[in-house]
Design a protein around this ligand. Structure first.
Ligand code: FAD
Ligand code: FES
Length: 289
């Protein structure tokens, strides 16, 4: 029977149980089913999706581009980029931790168990671990912790020890501690509310970890001042590092050049696309913002 030409487009997203016509492709469009979507504190929600197995190839630091529902009936233009928070291969789940702030994420907050949710990905280059690294330090703030959290999974799979320094405004918005600790990471919480998140204090903690040989590599996301701190200490002690960058995106796969940022490579300024060349980059080359 001849196909309706529109069949090639309108039904291209894979649902759970669909036969995958292009198993070799890296990226796909998927319609997942919402398993749960719950508040974790006053600002952040955690959504769990059951997805086609192809989507479970996502690894730490990669992202999906989400087709968010409308919070108010009017159109939500453009997909929204979101880091993978957790991949549970046994359950067939992909999870996101998100800050509910604009129209897209407020639309996501309306999702109920059983609803469809369209996600495209996994996109970009995520975190990598060198075989020589036995202990890493992860330093994140705010929603950056959602991006860094799956590193604990990657590190556990590779027998790498993790110290995670979680920075937050107050104890009510500290996130991902359970996920890090559940996978064997040691966590240190630093807060604005008691002053412990001050750069000088975080620097002391990092210097202590370096002295204890717990810092073969640095990882960060979510704060310019923490990025600058890790860059400075990385240079001083010759410690390599990676940073997950955020930038407003449109296409998410390298075509539109909306997400360009400046990097410094061998003393020269170069422009790179965060979606395609990143979102994870060599920390030494990041210029910050
Ligand atoms: C690689 C990557 C990974 C991300 N991972 C997460 C995550 O795990 N959890 C999470 O909560 N958020 C994450 N973000 C940020 C998320 O994409 C934005 O918060 C989201 O697009 C906001 O959409 P909105 O419609 O709710 O808000 P909008 O109304 O579109 O915007 C609300 C605010 O968010 C800012 N914003 C919009 N788009 C982006 C963007 N792409 N990057 C940064 N700021 C933006 C706007 O400038 C505005 O201040 C990530 C962004 C990138 C680029
Ligand atoms: S969002 Fe289009 S090139 Fe990055």
């Amino acid at each position: 029977m001849p196909l309706d030409p529109n069949d090639n487009y309108t039904n291209s997203a894979l649902r759970i149980g669909d036969v995958d016509p292009y198993p070799q492709r890296a990226v796909g469009e998927f319609i997942g089913t919402v398993v749960s979507n719950e508040w974790v504190n006053d600002e952040y929600m955690h959504v769990v999706l059951k997805v086609h197995p192809h989507a479970l190839r996502a690894y730490a630091g990669q992202m999906f581009h989400l087709l968010c529902p409308s919070p108010d009936g009017a159109e939500v233009w453009m997909r929204r980029p979101m880091s993978v928070y957790r991949v549970d291969k046994d359950a067939g789940h992909v999870e996101f931790l998100y800050k509910c702030e604009g129209r897209g994420t407020r639309g996501m907050a309306t999702l109920q168990p059983g609803d469809d949710f369209n996600i495209a990905g996994p996109l970009g280059h995520g975190f990598t671990l060198e075989p020589a690294w036995r202990n890493i330090v992860v330093l994140g703030r705010g929603v950056g912790l959602a991006t860094l959290a799956p590193l604990s999974q990657l590190a556990a799979e590779n027998n790498v020890g993790v110290t995670a320094i979680l920075s937050a405004r107050n104890p009510g918005v500290v996130m991902s501690r359970e996920l890090f600790e559940g996978l064997g990471a040691k966590t240190i919480t630093v807060l604005d509310s008691d002053g412990s998140s001050a750069v000088e204090n975080v620097e002391k903690i990092l210097e202590g970890l370096i002295a204890d040989k717990k810092a073969d590599a640095f990882f960060t996301c979510g704060s310019n001042r923490l990025l600058k701190l890790m860059q400075r200490l990385g240079k001083k002690h010759n410690i390599p590092g990676q940073v997950a960058m955020e930038q407003i995106m449109v296409c998410g796969f390298g075509a539109c050049y909306v997400c360009m940022r400046t990097f410094e490579v061998d003393g020269k300024r170069v422009l790179r696309r965060v979606c395609r060349d990143g979102p994870v980059f060599d920390m030494r080359e990041a210029v910050g913002w």
